[in-house]
Write a protein that binds this ligand. Sequence first.
Ligand SMILES: [Zn+2]
Length: 316
Amino acid sequence: MRLSNSAACLSLVAATFAVSAVSAQERVWANDQSIEQISEHVYRWGSDNQFGAYVLTDTAIIVVDGHYCGSGTMEWLKNELTQRHDVPVKYVVLSHDHQDHNCGTGIFADTATAVGHRNIVPHLTFEQRDSMVPEITFDEEMELTVGGVNVHLLYFGPTHSDNLIQVHIPQDRVLIAVDSAKGRNLFPDFRDMDINNQLDVMKILANLPDVDVVLPGHGPVTDQNAFVDHYNYLSAMKTSVLTHMAAGRSLQEIKELVTASQMEAFGDYNGMDRALTDNIVSMWDYLYRYRESNNRITGEEATRCVEDSTQCRTGL
Ligand SMILES: [Zn+2]
């Protein structure tokens, strides 16, 4: 009986592998490639719910970001830019190191120089991303002026990665806020996020002047309310997890309590079903490293400390 059960399990595993192999092969990329003009100089391009942008001036083009590896959208984009415009791509600005936002950018290396935050370079190198590596880097802010159009590159410290930048075109009142303008969409988790600074930066971006239109890396064109929506969710999540940690509750208890409270307040956010638990666990992990709980000193330890000050506990 056991044998036949094991055999059944094995064949189920084999069948699962076969199904996933087929679905991986069947993934159809980029059947929705598009370019949309957003303002006088700014265009949005992409496919598969993943978007970059480009800034067109009289003398050159600035491309912002790459695309999913294997989507073919970078090859398509290069062809489109050649057909539509008679100026070269001079710069490729990389919003951050995550692979889905820089793969395939090397296709522009014949005419363009890559630009990014100083911290992006080691990530691209260590992870061996299929990406241009910026020759031009900056620490806090940088201005690219091409054909009379000013493009402001802004870094507000570590947020979603330690190298994410904002691309602002003030004269067009457009902000390209890749993976920052999350709105009512959950991250899968907070794996490389500085959550405290992310909260501060959401307030800065929500109030950045000269912005009418906000372009996120995924999802529809939006506005600065997207930062407020993300702030509200993240802030409530942090406060809730921190409060329960300070009360000495276990991670298991925290998962149950925070799931209930977040579902009640933010049940209409996208991804709650698949990402909420991982959001709670990675928030707990961040706060575990952020805080120090109170020492619980036993009576015996207190007595030892009074009798011999070298025996006093100063930490855990
Ligand atoms: Zn990202």
